[in-house]
Write a protein that binds this ligand. Structure first.
Ligand code: DX5
Ligand code: ZN
Length: 229
């Protein structure tokens, strides 16, 4: 038998969406920052409550302001305890998709149902230390699965390399089911690893510090797009 070289499958056939995280933007100039990312596909909105994660970011008024300043779909990532308490409010404030953590509520399936009932895209996510099996029962009922590639709570952290294998596994599960749910990756994504993340099977890349860095968000977004060519 001839020796075989094991090479990771390239799963990058699908169109890729870029979703800058406004967590890293200059909030004194939110409308300008939303304008600078007008060429993105979605804007990612990180809501943190200081309980589920050790940091507080912002909530409904900032989401509503982003909504007024931009026509981009607003992709809201809820890092809050018991997110079901606020789904209606975030939908009303302008969210187009709402993503909840499996660790944040004992009733994550109910939360997903509620998001769908609100007419929004339903997303589910999990921390880097949570086994992927935790999202498996939900895959048939969601529009988006988010792989956290850092521990949630802060922008500007280093990409956890083991996340790539998690993306590959989820890609395989979704493909086997014939699901066209988006597979999103969030945390430490930059022009140096974007290609690898897409090859693993991601369809949406979230990037905060890599977009809203020196030189402005427009250039940051362009750098990411170039890296994917
Ligand atoms: C982390 C947030 C991320 C974060 C990404 O808790 O969910 O969306 O803002 O920031 P970067 O791209 O800087 O890692
Ligand atoms: Zn996020």
């Amino acid at each position: 038998m001839s020796a075989q070289v094991e090479t990771a499958q390239d799963n990058s056939a699908r169109p890729v969406k870029l979703a800058p995280s406004i967590l890293s933007c200059d909030f004194a100039h939110l409308a300008d920052e939303m304008g600078a990312i007008a060429g993105a596909d979605w804007a990612h909105v990180d809501v943190m409550d200081g309980m589920f994660v050790p940091n507080i970011s912002f909530g409904l008024p900032i989401l509503a302001a982003a909504r007024r300043a931009s026509n981009l779909p607003l992709d809201v990532h809820l890092m809050i305890e018991r997110p079901e308490r606020y789904l209606k409010d975030f939908a009303a404030a302008g969210a187009d998709s709402l993503t909840v953590h499996v660790e944040s509520t004992p009733h994550v399936h109910r939360a997903v149902q509620q998001i769908r009932e609100l007419g929004k895209r339903a997303g589910v996510t999990l921390n880097p230390g949570t086994p992927l099996e935790a999202v498996r029962p939900l895959l048939g009922d969601v529009d988006l699965v988010l792989v956290m590639s850092v521990n949630p709570g802060f922008g500007g952290q280093k990409f956890i390399p083991a996340s790539l294998e998690r993306v590959r596994t989820l890609r395989r599960w979704l493909d086997e089911m014939g699901s066209d749910a988006e597979l999103q990756v969030d945390g430490g994504v930059s022009s140096t690893n974007a290609r690898a993340v897409v090859s693993a099977g991601a369809t949406v890349l979230v990037a905060g510090s890599a977009v809203f860095g020196p030189g402005g968000a427009k250039a940051g977004l362009e750098r990411l797009r170039e890296a994917l060519k």
